[in-house]
Design a protein around this ligand. Structure first.
Ligand SMILES: NC(=O)c1ccc[n+]([C@@H]2O[C@H](COP(=O)([O-])OP(=O)(O)OC[C@H]3O[C@@H](n4cnc5c(N)ncnc54)[C@H](O)[C@@H]3O)[C@@H](O)[C@H]2O)c1
Length: 431
């Protein structure tokens, strides 16, 4: 069969929320992708996923070691959507067995892990793509095209911000799976903003980051900031009716974040209203008061970077904003680009010293839905398929090599924050 148009086969590794989003390409465009196996130690997730993609019992596995030992290489690729601390451990056997891998971010939970993965991927000549979905969101892809074309000259400074909404902060980084670095393996900078740090490195192209410093703290979501009268759980709390963090409001009345809060919701399993209420009151971690959880990640952090050419960048994350938003402002020698992804447009300004003018401004509208990371999720898996078919990688390509520098900024920023020092970023051969 001609390689260019062939269908790519893949095994799902970690049949969770994220992997199933990418795997949905097999339903949308079966001529591009076919799911031929599933790996997950959770029997419910494994079986549900197997039913969804009509997989025989011989195509279902509890671990990647078991897949490789019992069946060897049964697909072109693996879609690895395991949690952060398992990314490298589960990917290494796949690479040794000859699979190409689409891997969720962050690549790993330490610099050592990331560099080990790079070494093993190179030794086995495998393709690993990282799910930096924002590179594929048309908002950022259109900005990158203009930077690449030299529209704003050489970048001198970059300012980015991620403002995590109060309900997203609560579900993911206070009550949820990424709330504790000790448990999840990732700091909030790595689990949430490795995307933004990746964008900074991507915008600078071949100019590597050289130095970083960072400050941050867990200031608000801690027991000593709990309002007077706050209970342990929202369903048993005197101030719940007035509380903006109420689990009842977020997860029952507004039905937000169901895939996190209700078991196996992303696989079509529903939880009755009575069971939802009972679990939030008793054993569901998402029913806990946001000031009385076991969270240890910071709720705000600022990072400053200097690149090898002297240009600089700052990134600020804030958890608890009213409006979720990602901002970017790039200022170059010949102009600037500024925008907020959720607003659906950015502007390009250039100096315009004609009489009566100060600058010209072009508004670039991005027509894309607000969900699926500004349209990035499906575009990313489609690009992965194209790369495996042997086509030229897109401008957004998130090959492992291209994703290393953003991760180095993050790991070293966290070290800077902990040690209160300016930290050198090592040079890694990523060509
Ligand atoms: N790209 C993005 O923008 C983005 C957004 C959200 C989350 N993520 C990342 O996606 C990853 C997955 O998040 P999620 O919410 O889908 O997680 P999830 O908990 O829904 O899914 C993880 C799955 O891995 C399975 N698993 C556990 N051990 C395993 C093993 N040894 N082998 C195979 N499977 C195993 C679990 O049973 C579970 O089904 C995380 O690393 C997260 O940081 C990325």
């Amino acid at each position: 069969m001609e390689r260019k148009n062939r269908q790519i086969t893949a095994v799902i590794v970690g049949a969770g929320h994220r992997a199933l989003i990418y795997a949905s390409l097999a339903e949308l465009h079966p001529e591009q992708l076919q799911i031929v196996g599933v790996v997950d130690p959770d029997p419910i997730r494994r079986e549900r996923t197997a039913n969804k993609f009509k997989l025989a019992p011989e195509a279902q596995f509890e671990s990647t070691e078991q897949l490789v030992r019992l069946a060897g290489k049964i697909a072109d690729a693996a879609i690895n959507g395991t949690m952060d601390a398992l990314h490298v451990e589960t990917t290494l056997p796949l690479l040794e067995a000859g699979y190409d891998v689409l891997l969720e971010k962050p690549i790993g939970t330490s610099e050592e892990q990331v560099l080990e993965l790079l070494e093993v991927a190179r030794r086995n000549r495998r393709t690993v793509m990282i799910c930096h979905v924002l590179r594929y969101a048309p908002f950022y892809a259109e900005i990158k095209k203009r930077v690449q074309a030299g529209v704003i000259g050489d970048i001198l400074t970059m300012q980015t911000a991620e403002n995590i909404s109060y309900h997203h902060m609560a579900v993911a980084f206070i009550r949820g799976k990424w709330s504790s670095e000790a448990k999840c393996g990732s700091s909030i900078l790595m689990s949430k903003c490795c995307h933004d740090l990746d964008l900074l490195a991507w915008m600078k192209g071949e100019v590597a980051p050289a130095w970083v410093s960072s400050f941050g703290a867990l200031t608000y979501f801690r027991p000593d900031r709990a309002p007077e009268g706050a209970g342990e759980r929202c369903l048993d709390c005197a101030i719940e009716p007035a509380c903006v963090y109420s689990a009842k409001k977020h997860y029952i009345e507004q039905e937000r974040w169901s895939s996190y809060v209700w078991p196996h919701h992303h696989l079509g399993i529903t939880t009755s209203h009575e069971r939802q209420m009972e679990s939030l009151l008793t054993d569901n971690p998402y029913g806990r008061c946001v000031w009385k959880c076991d969270n240890d990640v910071v709720d705000h952090q600022s990072v400053a970077v200097q690149f090898a050419d002297g240009s600089t960048a700052t990134h600020t994350l804030t958890g608890g904003a009213s409006k979720p938003s990602r901002r970017i402002h790039l200022i170059g020698t010949e102009g600037e680009i500024e925008g907020v992804m959720e607003d659906g447009y950015f502007v390009i300004r250039r100096p315009d010293p004609r009489k009566g003018h100060e600058y010209s401004e072009e508004r670039v509208a991005i027509n894309v839905s607000r969900d699926m990371h500004g349209g990035g999720d499906i575009r990313l898996i489609e690009d992965f398929v194209r790369v495996l078919r042997g086509e030229t990688p897109s401008l957004s390509s998130t090959a492992l090599e291209c994703s290393i520098n953003g991760h180095l900024i993050g790991f070293r920023a966290d070290r800077s924050m902990a040690e209160k020092t300016v930290v050198k970023i090592p040079e890694v051969d990523v060509q």
